[in-house]
Design a binder for this molecule. Structure first.
Ligand SMILES: [Zn+2]
Length: 454
């Protein structure tokens, strides 16, 4: 009897189960990522008008390949000059924000964000990362990568080069690289990933984004010389005629560029020279890294198919094992060595030997050095320079005392003679300890001031 009593409810539950399921209400659909903001290309640059360097390629991608392009500007360019009027500082920023938006809109690019960072004229990337608020800026770039879900990121080369070498440009390249490696990691800025409890209600926490791993990152450079870029990535000729527009890409871009009037020479002859200088050169990309199949010099979209790819963890920081006493360039050079390694960009360390240009119109060059003592005892280290004739330095040769496992950041300022203007010169520093040369470093200097303080 007991068995029969148990059997009946079990049988009934099998019969009634499908009926009960049919009567349950359907859960509301989970909204997919907002497709209005999906980008194929995310350009991450520092100032309104920086886009012009990549724009001949962007025009081809937009008009011929129907790619969707979004842009992040780090700053509003508030520290620039103004060829049009007296508006400066925050007022110039307000002017240049609209110039940048108009230039991009003329190409058909409407999704444009600003990081609100201060324009920081200089060449030391660590200065811009400091003034920009590195953490808050990175948080916003990661957010925008997750929102726009780009296949490809294009940005400035994170490297120290002789040229404009603007520290804001380099900072844009650093943040873009960090975001490339973090946006797919759900533990990085997890509040962006958390689902809101009711997205239709107000005052929600949880930003409702999804992790996103971009597939490739390419760099471009503001160096005054280009030989080191050749063969490192695809090139796009600006003289090529757009099949859909019937004019060269250089013409499309120079028309867009006319919106950045505050940044262009006011004089027509100078303007022509300026445009010729930039728009006769091809767009040269350096392949930073690719997580899909394809060749270094292949097209930007070679190997890219729609959809997600798994997150790829970058190597991250690993301490470098040093022994005894050693000498290396400090400041941004030391930072980049660790940065490239951490982000699996080791090939960038072979791109260019250490170089710089004059740091100001007074012919000065700042040279940061780092003396390491990785031994277990204090060391006395003598530092001497080998400078070309006519150069002077402050301080001169000195003896540095280092405690065990200490590093001494040496700050040297050298002055070039006027007679060597526009030549390349080599400057060497040698360190000696315990009566032996323990290391030397050589810096290539272009004796030319590019208009941005070092
Ligand atoms: Zn710029």
């Amino acid at each position: 009897m007991i068995r029969r009593k148990l059997l009946l409810p079990v049988l009934l539950s099998f019969v009634l189960y499908p009926v009960a399921l049919a009567q349950l209400p359907a859960a509301p659909p989970n909204p997919p990522p907002d497709d209005r903001y999906k980008a194929d290309i995310l350009l991450i640059v520092a100032h309104p008008d920086d886009d012009s360097l990549a724009a001949p390629y962007l025009a081809k991608a937009l008009y011929e390949e129907h790619k969707r392009v979004s842009v992040i500007y780090g700053t509003r360019g508030n520290a620039g000059g103004n060829a049009v009027g007296n508006e400066q500082a925050a007022s110039l920023g307000a002017v240049r924000e609209i110039e940048g938006r108009r230039a991009l809109a003329s190409l058909g690019i409407l999704d444009v964000w600003f990081l609100n960072s201060p324009d920081t004229p200089g060449q030391d990337v660590l200065h811009s990362l400091e003034t920009w608020g590195h953490g808050a800026s990175l948080e916003q770039v990661v957010r925008l990568v997750r929102l726009t879900r780009p296949e490809v990121i294009l940005t400035w080369l994170p490297h120290y080069v002789a040229g404009e070498n603007h520290d804001d440009h380099q900072a844009a390249g650093v943040l873009a690289t960090e975001a490339f490696d973090l946006a797919g990691d759900p533990v990085a800025f997890p509040e962006q990933i958390e689902a809101p409890r009711d997205h239709t209600a107000i005052g929600n926490y949880g930003e409702g984004l999804h992790p996103w791993q971009p597939k490739k990152i390419y760099y471009f450079s503001d160096a005054t010389h280009f030989e080191f870029l050749e063969g490192r990535g695809p090139e796009y000729k600006t003289s090529d005629v757009s099949p859909s527009k019937g004019v060269p890409y250089a013409k499309i871009v120079s028309d867009a560029w006319m919106n950045d009037k505050s940044q262009l020479p006011a004089n027509q002859a100078d303007l022509k020279k300026y445009l010729d200088q930039y728009l006769n050169e091809p767009v040269r990309f350096v392949l930073g890294k690719s997580l899909v199949k394809g060749s270094t010099r292949g097209d930007v979209f070679e190997g890219i198919t729609p959809g997600t790819i798994p997150y790829v963890r970058a190597r991250g920081y690993e301490p470098i094992a040093r022994q005894g006493v050693s000498l290396e360039f400090g400041g941004p050079w030391a930072y980049y060595r660790a940065f490239w390694r951490s982000h699996n960009l080791d090939h960038l360390s072979r791109l260019l030997a250490p170089e710089t240009a004059l740091g100001g119109p007074d012919n000065t060059v700042w040279v940061p050095l780092l003396i390491h003592n990785d031994s277990d005892s204090p060391k006395q280290v003598t530092l001497r320079s080998v400078l070309p004739p006519g150069w002077s330095e402050k301080p001169g040769p000195m003896i540095y005392s280092l405690a065990a496992h200490d590093a001494y950041p040496v700050q040297i300022n050298v002055v070039a003679p006027e007679s060597q203007k526009n030549t390349w010169q080599q400057l060497t520093w040698r360190a000696e300890a315990d009566g032996q040369v323990i290391g030397s470093v050589t810096l290539r200097v272009h004796v030319n001031y590019n208009g941005v303080p070092q």
